[in-house]
Design a protein around this ligand. Sequence first.
Ligand code: AMP
Ligand code: MG
Length: 418
Amino acid sequence: MAKSYKNTCINEFDRSAISAEKALSKILLAIKGSQIHEKVSLKNSLGRISSENVISKINIPTFKNSAMDGYAINTKSLSSKNDFCLKEVGVSYAGRPYLNKLNKGETIKVMTGAVIPKNADAVIMKEMTKQLNGLIKFPEKIKSGQNVRYIGEDIKKLSTVIPKGKELNFIDLGIMSSIGIQNIKVIKKPVIAFFSTGDELTQVGKKLKEGEIYDSNRYLLHGLLSELPVEIKDMGVVKDNKKKLKEKFMNASKKSNFIITTGGVSVGEADYVRDILNEIGRIDFWKISIKPGRPLAFGKIKNSYFFGLPGNPVSTVITFQLFVLPAIEKMLNKNKRNYLFINAITKSTIIKKKGRMEYQRAKLIKSKNKYFVETTGLQGSNILTSLAAANCYIRLAANTSKVNKGDYVEVLPFTNKF
Ligand code: AMP
Ligand code: MG
């Protein structure tokens, strides 16, 4: 006989709840990659997403040069013991080359980065040589190729140095400048509008009345979005009032690619948002079997994608990271990131209810060559301080109910750029 299930947030086994993977795949299927590009200067490209394959027109190094301060020699002309004393016939400085070939019995002094003669094939460190009767005496163990930087050994002409879809970091700026690139084509910044909803919310700077709280979600979102190549439009706070909410949604949809709201999507309360979205767009409400962050609304208003995130601050953060971030990255045509999970030993026993996948706030440490992890305190979705104290999430599977002290758990560090 089929069991009856109540679809409320109290019930961990909620049949109408969908998995995080399913919700994400629905979201990613709906979102179209942007086709709007712009050329930006090298410095302005930091953190942006490349929308072209950057191909090098030159070899790096472009000329054979020295990796050391020392003496350039042609090992092929060293046949007898006497040949290890050579006459210094010139100097090659970085940017001021010595242009002749080396004749038998000759060496030149070379600086790091200086061109070495076409027929030179090794550089001997200055410290390994001696002055002897006006000549330079070399050690007898010399290998062809030592301390020589060859043409194209770093970057080959016509090779792709930056693939389309890459988030450009300081190393890419270094690489692009090394091949003489001044401007790069990137995806234009999508506009993200966001606002908080709730009668209880007060702006920072104002005095709190009984039952009121300060709006922290807008600041969390501001921080999360500021790290992305997007333009952010903070649209303030709106009360739980249908007319005001509708106006705000209409306004937000005029100038944005994404609209993010927080609060007002839990069971019962969601009706306002549902009604408005049904009038001016389309909407799906999902209960997702994760903790924190069960209720999530996703839809479209005119040309803007809409995310209604739950109001509790930690839920806002986690649902942003799990669903909004990949959605924005899809619009940016950004290459999929690889999340690096680490297996770590839990320092205490963790008890949870079966039914939802949990992301617990925790601290990862390394001790005696092993990784250990410990939760950072209360795990309620309103407890921001345990998120502040954390440097990782412990991810516990839906069907787990207990992890014993000393067992391995799956950990996702916060700094995770691979
Ligand atoms: P809701 O999703 O609107 O039912 O809100 C769930 C919980 O999150 C309630 O305790 C709200 O007071 C709280 N909350 C909602 N919005 C915010 C916000 N912007 N900043 C801080 N807490 C909030
Ligand atoms: Mg509310």
